[in-house]
Design a protein around this ligand. Sequence first.
Ligand code: NDP
Ligand code: MG
Length: 386
Amino acid sequence: MKKIAILGSTGSIGVQTLEIAREYKDDIEITALVAHSNIELLEQQIREFRPSLVSVYDEDKAKLLRDKVRDLPVRVETGMEGTIACATEASTDTVVTAMVGMIGILPTIEAIKAGKNIALANKETLVTAGHIIMPLCKEKNIELLPVDSEHSAIFQSLQGENRKSLQKILLTASGGPFRGFTKSSLEAVKAEDALKHPNWAMGKKITIDSATMINKALEVMEAAWLFDLELDQIEVLVHPQSIIHSMVEYVDGSVIAQLGLPDMRLPIQYALFYPDRMNMKLGERVDFARIKQLTFEEPDMDTFYGLKLGLKAGGLGGSMPTVFNAANEWTVARFIEGRIGFMDIPRLIEKAMDNHQIIPNPSLDEILNIEQKTYDFIEGIIESAN
Ligand code: NDP
Ligand code: MG
């Protein structure tokens, strides 16, 4: 029996993880669940999956939930302390980190310290704190299994191979809803346009990240940490059909890829059951005759220059990826609120990066401090413009 805790159970990845748990009832037990404030869905999840511990980040909502589930033997915690209690719950063996944003760093670190294996969806964690998390996993002998579809594809394409034979990684990107747009036509796009992804149904933040292609910059940095690679060993390749989820090229010229329909349940399931492959119970198998063609193109880094900025931040390293990521989180949220335009996202990120003095090996406190300073810096610019 796998004992699984989910941080962010009410989100896109969290819900799909529970769909798998539902299909594999005899193999998966849910030990703990965490949400921010969606207690309606969390209550349903508690009633179905019967975890012994849950946490709701919002304190008032936690109180309300405590009342609603009084008839059940479940403890309801709150705040970061509650999230960490769920991440370190004694009986759990794997923690699925599916919260969105840098808020995921601390609970992930605590889960690793407590000896839990990690099924990692939250990419912001590795982007900002990879230099802390990767050595910690090694020290604690923890398996960090990728959930992100590209990283799962790379991980699967590396199985059984000698890492010394690796030439490069081809990390695929759909190109998002604005593929082919010009810079000037992007100025006017609205959040509702950006929230329509052509292939994937995901949470709002990552959907906007896909529209700006900043998601790919985050994924390149994530891949560098996960697979111990230099950034120049990772090439972004636009593949609009999202069937090839990424590829590994070897020194002899062979390219090994992982393919599947764009459905996150496959990489989630692979991470939960690794190294076993379970029968597909959800979703569809690839029908190549129906797909007909797979196409590829280079990313347009001038138009989607958030991608270029992210690669630059990754190359500079130290605390710069934190500034890039925090600036992105803040601007994406403001774009969704309608306070700034789409192209203000890369513009403001660039300003924050220009304003930053790199700290080479930032501690967790420094990372969290830089995060807050970046939020404040950008908010200052937005306010002064209004
Ligand atoms: P969603 O926005 O759909 O869900 C986020 C989840 O995190 C929700 O359960 C939310 O709770 C919870 N949450 C947010 N803030 C807090 C907080 N402060 N404390 C506790 N819980 C919190 O996001 P996604 O599922 O799309 O993405 C999650 C992560 O996975 C992101 O890092 C994303 O980049 C990554 N990822 C997602 C993919 C996808 O297909 N969706 C693919 C690959 C990676 P509530 O519902 O109450 O707000
Ligand atoms: Mg991805």
